[in-house]
Design a protein around this ligand. Structure first.
Ligand code: HSE
Length: 436
């Protein structure tokens, strides 16, 4: 490029790659002004070069030859927008070995292979930027890595999966069924290629592993993060939570405690009127508490082509300016000699709980349940039982919803196990933590 432009190789022209191509080709003057020189796409790696492409992507030269593109001497920067761990891992390592800086929004790649990839980038003196990997367009990586660098982070509580938040909002607010809401999230480009990763909490766990690295320097294997997805939450519980003044959100949480770093991904009840309760649709929010700053909240669109392109192109500008290299070196993330952290045992986590039992509507049932809870020092804060109606036969099943005071997770699990075995209870009971 004889005008001094920075050349970009785009690996992938899916949702994110197309968004990046669109932004770079629609706003070249703005990007050049911010980056100090023009930024141009040299080519894009695709699986099928003959496939017709939409606006913006159709002007990009495509190839199926990854090595040739990465090694093209006009390319100084490789943007990995493939998603998943392979071939993304191999190609990122090849890009680093070829002397190229890398920008990625791939949370699975960093969460699973952070030590190897960051280690290689450091060894080879390259920069790696990854703002788009957590919460799409919300600049939480910069915030934790740079803006809050003077703090000891005490806790992070985050809505980081746009698909789940979109589904829960559609079900709660608009009465849409789970399958229809998921299909719409897929159509809008929020979901992963395999949406199981969204709804079973894996995507949020990948992002939490990255947040734990940034916020706490903890090198945590995603597989060690306890997680429950929203695919286990029946619509009825969204309604009962609403009656109690709460909304259900998939929360990814990290908290510094005396027992170690508590980490979990789970659907939890969040009280109406609190900031996280108001985060709707594909929006994400991350509440970070630091010892100096106190409470902070970062909010914005967490999924979709253009919010993620905002983060990726921000990283491209940072790399071209040379700022990303300084931040990358200073942060020293995923060090090979770093401590491999195990999360504190989830059984010790203390919280209030929402529990729904399906019980036979007979005398003494509530007493038996209260006794099993009381025997483990679990105190009941409130109870709702709906009248089954005059037409229901005696003893027919009814829902019983209980809110507990703060209790230890292991005690609650043991009590529920005992209660689910009573012959007047139809298992399984549903249990969700409560955020106060
Ligand atoms: N599938 C992800 C989500 C995309 O729904 O949040 C952004 O990482």
């Amino acid at each position: 490029m004889n005008d001094g432009a920075a050349g970009v190789a785009l690996l992938g022209l899916g949702t994110i790659g197309t968004g990046v191509a669109r932004l770079l080709t629609a706003e070249p003057a703005r990007i050049a002004r911010r980056a100090g020189r023009p930024v141009r796409i040299v080519g894009a790696l695709v699986r099928d070069a003959g496939r017709p492409r939409g606006p913006f992507a159709q002007d990009v030269a495509v190839t199926t030859d990854a090595r040739r593109l990465i090694e093209d001497e006009r390319v100084s920067l490789v943007v990995e927008a493939l998603g998943g761990t392979e071939p993304a891992r191999t190609l990122v390592l090849e890009a680093l070995a070829a002397g190229k800086d890398v920008v990625t929004a791939n949370k699975a790649l960093l969460a699973e292979h952070g030590v190897e990839i960051f280690g290689e980038a450091r060894r080879l003196g390259r920069a790696l930027a990854f703002e788009g990997s957590v919460a799409g367009g919300v600049p939480i990586v910069q915030a934790l890595g740079v803006g809050l660098a003077a703090n000891e982070i005490l806790s992070i509580s985050a809505i980081v999966n746009g698909t789940c938040n979109f589904i829960l909002t559609s079900m709660t607010r608009d009465g849409v069924g789970y399958a229809d809401a998921l299909a719409e999230a897929q159509r809008l480009g929020y979901a992963e290629p395999d949406p199981t990763f969204d709804v079973d909490g894996t995507d949020a766990a990948h992002k939490l592993a990255i947040l734990a690295q940034l916020g706490f320097g903890a090198n945590v294997a995603t597989s060690s993060i306890p997680r429950t997805g929203i695919d286990r939450v029946p619509a009825a519980d969204l309604r009962y939570a609403g009656e109690l003044g709460y909304v259900v959100k998939l929360l990814a949480q990290a908290k510094r405690t005396e027992a170690g770093l508590e980490l979990q991904v789970a659907p939890r009840l969040v009280r109406h009127g609190t900031p996280l309760a108001d985060v709707s649709g594909p929006y994400n929010a991350i509440r970070v508490v630091g010892d100096v700053v106190g409470d902070t909240l970062f909010y914005g669109r967490g999924a979709g082509a253009m919010p993620t392109a905002s983060a990726v192109v921000g990283d491209i500008i940072d790399v071209v300016l040379g700022r990303a290299a300084i931040t990358f070196r200073a942060l020293g993330l995923w060090r090979e000699d770093g401590v491999r952290s195990m999360p504190a045992p989830p059984a010790a986590i203390k919280s209030r709980y929402y529990v729904r039992f399906t019980i036979a509507d007979r005398p003494g049932v509530i007493g038996a349940i209260a006794q099993a809870l009381g025997a483990r020092r679990i105190s009941i804060a409130s109870v709702i039982q709906h009248d089954p109606g005059d037409d229901a036969p005696p003893g027919s099943p009814v829902p019983l919803v209980i809110m507990t005071h703060a209790a230890v997770q292991a005690d609650v699990a043991a009590a529920l196990d005992e209660i689910d075995r009573l012959d007047v209870v139809h298992p399984p009971s549903i249990c969700l933590g409560v955020e106060d």
